[in-house]
Ligand binder design. Sequence first.
Ligand code: ASP
Ligand code: MG
Length: 417
Amino acid sequence: MALIVEKYGGTSVGSVERIHAVAQNIAQRIKNGDKILVVVSAMGGETNRLTGLAKQISHQPCPREMDVLLSTGEQVTIALLSLALQKIDVPACSYTGFQIPICTNNVHSKARIEHIEGRRIHADLNNGSVVVVAGFQGVSAENNITTLGRGGSDTTAVALAAALQADECRIFTDVDGVYTADPRMVAEAKRLDRITFEEMLELSGAGAKILQTRSVEFAGKYDVPIRVLSAFQPGPGTLITNEDKDGDKNMEQPLISGITSVDNEAKVTVRGVADKPGIAYGILGPISAAHINVDMIVQNIGTDGLTDFTFTINQDDLQKSLDLLKPVAARLNAQTVVGDTNLAKISAVGVGMRSHAGIATTMFQALSEKGINIQMISTSEIKISVTIDKEYTELAVRALHKAFKLDEIGAIGEVSS
Ligand code: ASP
Ligand code: MG
């Protein structure tokens, strides 16, 4: 008998019909003898609708009240799904984060889970009941309702799977797995049978929107295997797991697992600053103090004692960053500070990079053959990212998908039917 955590996202529970379909799915699993804990998101569009209501009242709504508001979306779904299960004679019981409790810190709208109390869940599961838990929410030590950030139900599911030592955490969504590229951009994109936590983490951070990045971090840390599956059609999905568990990652395993792109970043350049100690700190100190996340950072070797310092941030933070840097640039005697939003970041990710040379060369050659100019480059052990002119995003993603032969991996690890 396996203990399985299943998470259903907003579109998967987006209507009463969908909720009935999910209940049928779960009933099947119960018949097979598994213990099932279900985590659900709010019905599709509901979190945005609630946010919109609050914005009509206040431009800067109080974070505590926002969490009270947004947590209601998931509360609706747990009750409806429990009713749908009971209707087909499957015992089920719903729980909000507060009731479990899922204890978090007190950072509203991006709280972190600190502890999950498993007693009540275990008792229900042992009694043969399906436990239905509201995703995305928890409770702070001060008894305030908290939420975990957009997409946070993924993290709830993984955290529960870790706390209960579940056999697998299944994330049901509107796509049937993790692909080598966004299929809307690359028609030849292939579903990956398996991928490592590390690769998934880099892909999520680099623009793949399937899982909340934090849920992947959590899964890696506690070694919880995740399977991403379609809620709409049966299939094997994509298993996200540890590298060493992939005993059968065979010789044909491609070097690169995926190509991603993001086009919501902006570039800030401080031109003509002195090439001396304290400049990077002087520029990025105020940025990080304002809780602005910096992605790429580039500083070249100076000439004549001067250099340019460039970094990328989310586009939403551009104006604030420029405002913060104006006085800083004056103090550092910099020539100018300029912002640019016309860029896209394209990344190639794969654990194969660790053991193979020439990946960067393949990437640069493919881009040069398309006449695409590279502005910035950054690398990690298993990822290479470049920024380019936004208008070439799709062209670049397609060219790299082809250059790394990702169109050809169809047969690898496919489950034959
Ligand atoms: N309902 C929340 C959102 O839309 C959390 C989630 O669905 O994971 O972001
Ligand atoms: Mg989601």
